[in-house]
Design a protein around this ligand. Structure first.
Ligand SMILES: NC(=O)C1=CN([C@@H]2O[C@H](COP(=O)(O)OP(=O)(O)OC[C@H]3O[C@@H](n4cnc5c(N)ncnc54)[C@H](OP(=O)(O)O)[C@@H]3O)[C@@H](O)[C@H]2O)C=CC1
Ligand SMILES: O=C(CO)[C@@H](O)[C@H](O)[C@@H](O)C(=O)O
Length: 254
């Protein structure tokens, strides 16, 4: 009897693009991929933050470079990916939230959230996939969606709409590109303490609500996403496509 071989979680020789790498979940994903051996391109608008992270990753023995990019600008995204790709791995963590009662949502708030969370994510994913299709290479594309793609939330109608949309195009693209060896999935985190959620966490009532809803009894940390992203980027998830990996501490189990 020969023992089955555990697939590798290593990413040596792979080129990864991480959008939204200047802070929070994207920053943690960039480090996780770098530690797993990938050559990581860090994209976002804040160049100083990207350069500081590149320096730290290089000092720790990782391979990293900065790519200034506004993901809500489709033409700029397409040009940046075409000139710096092809990338074997995409992690898109560029995103924002706008909270208001649904009855008070303005067109401007809707547009700014949809432009980045849906349109930006869609065309960034498309640009990376087109690079892979042209090169005849397989790849793994990962969008950071949210547990809010699976439930609703008070004051979060716009945010939930954008994240539900990401799930929709992820499934469709997985169907279209599967035979080309391109996998695409989402990671759906619960509330993770970052710049995005700091205002929510600073409200004691909301923090208590979060810690009650998360069945593991604590708020999420960026480290909670790092294993998930390496899994989905690597051969360890070779048969996984068109799905959501909920990292929600049990929030949606109820
Ligand atoms: N924190 C949480 O609880 C959860 C977050 N998420 C999702 O995770 C993702 C990351 O959020 P999080 O890390 O918390 O938030 P942060 O605010 O810490 O990070 C957001 C990142 O997106 C980048 N970004 C914002 N706008 C643009 C843009 N136009 N072009 C390029 N990059 C942009 C920011 O960089 P810069 O400003 O330099 O451009 C930053 O790197 C989001 O999609 C969010 O919806 C999902 C579930 C839970
Ligand atoms: O997706 C999230 C939690 O699963 C977060 O980004 C929040 O919805 C955030 O926008 C907030 O409510 O503070």
């Amino acid at each position: 009897m020969t023992l089955p071989k555990t697939p590798s979680f290593r990413l040596d020789g792979k080129r990864a693009l991480v959008a939204g790498a200047s802070s929070g979940i994207g920053l943690a994903c960039a480090v996780a991929l770098g530690e797993a051996g990938a050559e990581v391109t860090l994209a976002a608008r804040r160049v100083d933050s990207l350069n500081a992270l590149v320096d730290k990753m290089k000092a720790a023995g990782m391979s990293a470079s900065a790519l200034p990019l506004d993901v809500s600008n489709v033409a700029a995204t397409q040009a940046a990916v075409a000139s710096n790709g092809p990338f074997d791995i995409l992690v898109n963590s560029a995103g924002l939230a706008r909270h208001s009662p649904a009855a008070d949502t303005t067109e401007a708030d809707f547009d700014v959230a949809a432009d980045l969370n849906v349109k930006g994510a869609y065309f960034l994913t498309q640009a990376v996939a087109k690079g892979l299709l042209a090169a005849g290479k397989p790849g793994s594309l990962i969008n950071i969606s949210s547990q809010m793609a699976h439930v609703g939330g008070i004051d979060r109608a716009v945010y939930c709409a954008t994240k539900h949309a990401v799930e929709g195009f992820t499934k469709s693209m997985a169907i279209e590109w599967g035979k080309a060896g391109i996998r695409i999935n989402t990671i759906c985190p619960t509330f993770i303490l970052t710049d995005l959620t700091r205002p929510t966490f600073e409200d004691p009532e909301k923090r208590a609500w979060i810690e009650d809803k998360i069945k593991l009894g604590r708020a999420g940390e960026v480290e909670d996403i790092m294993g998930a992203v390496v899994f989905l980027a690597s051969q360890a998830s070779a048969m996984v496509t068109g799905t959501s990996l909920l990292v929600d501490g049990g929030w949606t189990a109820e």
